[in-house]
Design a protein around this ligand. Structure first.
Ligand code: MTE
Length: 324
């Protein structure tokens, strides 16, 4: 039996992380002293927490999830990004055009959330979070995450492979594409352009059905051992580690199976900068910057952006190159 029936977050970190990860974290803790973020991580130092630090910590204080660690995705060659850094460096344009939307995104209303799965399927369904937890065995997967803006992280997701959803709803033979739609309510999502009608809200993304069936394609309901914080796209988001991060729509309300390729948010805004496929590719520059390297955030954007070479398909070519 290969599986570990405990999320790695419940095991002391030197049991589950490589030596470099472990010592990277210790250095990170030391470096945090310089930016006043240590109070949550070093409760015995007596440092005073600011209201903002406490508020940020509260956002990640969501219910714990039990999951099996998928041994194929238990580790990558880089340390896991520190949780509080990942929680305060986000893209969620529904709540603003800066990275610093963690507080504004707390307006997202999660009560009675429904995810409609519809279109060209034999068994259309409406899921809520409880049904998802009951029907899909949760896995933990540590994946590289690469944004089109040329920064990257390593994140531990909890969720289930998209192919299990395909098995549950049974797409018909006409279904060739899938559209994922994010939550949108102009009374609540008050980001740029929401009220001007200039941007193609709601946020949508799309995949070919073969991409959705790939082993890597994942639907996450959690991160770092607990339910997704709102800024990461609660209660359910897409995770596609071989593609740029914008393909991973957050806070999904609808999944539709279609015969033709759907229009998507970024591709509609600027197709030459955000192509539909959006596979991580070091040899294909973004029109405004190179994609040959990336700034890897493990210890914090203000402390150590490590420059790393971008890997084709973000290092996941063995799983996905045959699709293209
Ligand atoms: N999903 C929605 N609904 N709205 C967004 O603005 N931004 C995308 C993606 N999914 C976005 C979204 C982009 S550009 C990135 S890089 C990732 O979310 C960021 O995910 P994170 O904030 O959890 O790291």
């Amino acid at each position: 039996m290969n599986y570990i029936y405990k999320p790695s977050w419940q095991i002391s970190e030197n049991e589950v992380t490589s030596e470099s990860v472990y010592f990277g974290r210790r250095n990170f803790l030391k470096s945090l002293i310089g930016i006043g973020l240590t109070s949550s991580l070093l409760p015995l130092t007596g440092c005073q927490k600011s209201a903002s630090e406490t508020a940020l910590e509260n956002t990640i204080n969501s219910p714990k999830l039990m999951a099996i660690t998928n041994p194929k995705f238990a580790q990558v060659d880089r340390p896991i990004t520190e949780e509080l850094l990942a929680a305060k460096y986000n893209n969620f344009y529904e709540f603003g055009g800066t990275k610093n939307i963690w507080l504004k995104s707390q307006k997202l209303p999660l009560d009675n959330w429904k995810i409609e799965v519809t279109g060209l399927v034999k068994k259309p369904r409406i899921y809520d979070l409880d049904t998802i937890k009951k029907e899909f065995e949760l896995e933990e997967r540590i994946y590289r995450f690469r944004c089109v803006e040329a920064w990257s992280m390593v994140l531990p997701w909890l969720g289930f492979p998209m192919k299990k959803l395909l098995a549950a709803v049974e797409p018909t033979s006409e279904a060739k594409y899938v559209r994922f739609t994010s939550f949108y309510d102009p009374q609540i999502t008050t980001g740029p352009g929401i009220h001007l009608g200039e941007l193609p809200w709601p946020y949508t993304e799309g995949l070919r059905i073969e991409e959705m069936a790939n082993e890597l394609a994942f639907l996450a309901i959690g991160i770092y051992g607990h339910e997704l914080p709102k800024q990461h796209g609660a209660p359910l988001r897409m995770v596609l580690p071989w593609k740029y991060g914008f393909k991973g729509a957050k806070s999904i309300v609808k999944i539709e199976f279609l015969a033709t390729q759907p229009a998507t948010y970024w591709n509609t805004i600027n197709a030459s900068e955000y192509d539909f496929e959006a596979n991580v590719n070091p040899t294909k520059p973004h029109p405004r910057w190179s994609q040959a390297t990336e700034k890897f955030i493990s210890n914090g954007p203000n402390i150590s952006w490590q420059i790393k070479e971008t890997l084709p398909y973000n290092g996941y070519g063995d799983y996905v190159a045959s699709l293209y």
